[in-house]
Design a binder for this molecule. Structure first.
Ligand code: EPZ
Length: 419
């Protein structure tokens, strides 16, 4: 199994260009099932989650060509041979469940295994199914898969008990071809929802309110093909901002959308990390003066993103003073704290909160990536640690970070990937 070997890397410096957003690409790829016409999706990094979803769609008869050089995917879902997904493949990623809404809308049925993803929580899909049932679908669970059918989807008002990103995306896609109007109340407002809605509207969907807590979709007869360039990955951008702060470096980050980064920029500034807007989509991140301990609480957007919790914990573990992180979105997303403690971090977990006593320095050792963002956090702490750190199970990291070792090496980091 591949590993990263990371050595102390003080003062990262230089430019890094952020890739397309994994969490926008996955629902947009699923949305291409809504039309028989050609779609083109650009700015698609070669991530294992993207490759896995493409493979699932191919198994169903979708024509997909992924030009990895150009980071562009051409899709034509004209001749679907089956509306069920491979159990093994679907279990590898959470995003696989997002094909249920489009299949239900276009083929009135689907048979999808319960999703996989990170071990950060139970990851139920009850809100997805609540939405589909409200639109008139019948669902049953057997052999680890959900079988769903509908004669004709009819618009309705759906209240989400939690502003679930995936449920909002799945229901929005299903509603585009339903009869009548669907209103999603307490909808997720993440930037990835806006990117998906933008793609659906290019296909001819009638959607309004995306980016707020109430989204209205008026069903249309058919959707046509579309071309779309995916938004940049705000979590990758945030991860590189932490890389600048934790190594006391000075990094220019290109391809960022400031509006998407607001909660991350707010907490970085509270910690006294300096940021400067160089151009419309270019940000400089550097340190000048002592970093400060902070308290943060993960919340649905526009609150602080749960995907940035692990990277931030790495930074706070070496800032003198007491910091507190409260994780309100997932029930088991502190797995990385144990690995950081092996590097010398002083972290005390009390139910949903982590109390962090900043230490002078971390020391390198052997650690394990437990999920995608935890793995990224370990790379960050290894950059600042004294001595070498060996990170195993890096397949987690490569699900969501394209060429991370190359990008970090270009900034002067001592990192290499070994099989
Ligand atoms: C998406 O997951 C992202 N994944 C996650 O990113 C991200 O952490 C999460 O949104 C929150 O922002 C993709 O977009 C592929 P949720 P998703 O449904 O859709 C509960 C990463 O690292 N819930 O908003 O699965 C759920 O248990 C990944 O890139 C229900 O109770 O997140 C959780 O506690 C990790 N019932 C909370 O909502 C449901 O039917 C948030 O889940 C659905 C969710």
């Amino acid at each position: 199994m591949a590993k990263f070997i990371v050595g102390t890397s003080k003062g990262l410096k230089g430019n890094v260009t952020i890739s397309g957003s994994k969490n926008a690409i996955l629902p947009i790829l699923a949305a291409t099932l809504l039309t028989e016409e050609d779609c083109t999706v650009k700015s698609v990094p070669v991530l294992s989650d993207v490759i896995a979803l493409c493979s699932m769609l191919k198994d169903m008869g979708v024509d997909i060509v992924f030009d990895k050089e150009q980071e562009s995917i051409a899709v034509r879902a004209k001749n679907i041979s089956k509306t069920e997904a491979d159990y093994e493949k679907a279990g590898k990623l959470r995003g696989s469940f997002l094909i249920m809404g489009p299949l239900l809308a276009r083929y009135k049925e689907a048979n999808i295994p319960l999703p996989g993803g990170c071990p950060i929580g139970s990851r139920p899909v009850d809100l997805h199914l609540k939405g589909f049932s409200a639109l008139g679908a019948k669902t049953q669970q057997a052999h680890g898969s959900i079988h769903i059918t509908a004669r004709q989807l009819k618009g309705d008002k759906i209240y989400l008990d939690f502003p679930s990103v995936g449920a909002t995306e799945n229901i929005m896609m299903a509603a585009t071809l339903a009869k009548g109007v669907t209103t999603i109340v307490n909808a997720a407002a993440e930037p990835e929802i806006i990117d998906l809605a933008t793609f659906l509207k290019k296909m001819g969907a009638d959607i309004s309110g995306e980016g707020t807590d109430t989204i209205t979709i008026t069903g249309v007869k058919k959707l046509h093909g579309a071309k779309h360039t995916v938004m940049p990955d705000r979590i990758e951008a945030g991860t590189f901002m932490i890389a600048a702060a934790i190594t006391k470096g000075d990094i220019i980050i290109e391809q960022v959308i400031e509006r998407d980064l607001k909660p991350i920029l707010a907490k970085l500034s509270e910690a006294n990390v300096k940021t400067e807007k160089i151009e419309e989509k270019t940000l400089r991140v550097y340190t000048a003066g002592k970093l400060q301990p902070i308290s943060l609480k993960t919340m649905p957007f526009p609150g602080f993103p749960t995907d940035m919790q692990a990277p931030f914990m790495s930074l706070l573990s070496i800032i003198k003073g007491t910091s507190v992180i409260t994780e309100t979105v997932f029930e088991n997303r502190f797995l990385h704290a144990g690995e950081l403690q092996r590097m010398g971090a002083k972290i005390n977990i009390e139910s949903r909160s982590a109390i962090i006593e900043g230490v002078e320095k971390l020391t390198g050792t052997q650690v394990k990536a437990t999920d995608l963002r935890a793995g990224a956090g370990l790379i960050l702490s290894a950059l600042a640690a004294e001595g070498k750190t060996e990170i195993s199970d890096i397949y987690h990291i490569e699900r969501g970070y394209y060429n991370i070792e190359k990008k970090l090496k270009n900034l002067g980091a001592d990192i290499c990937r070994v099989e």
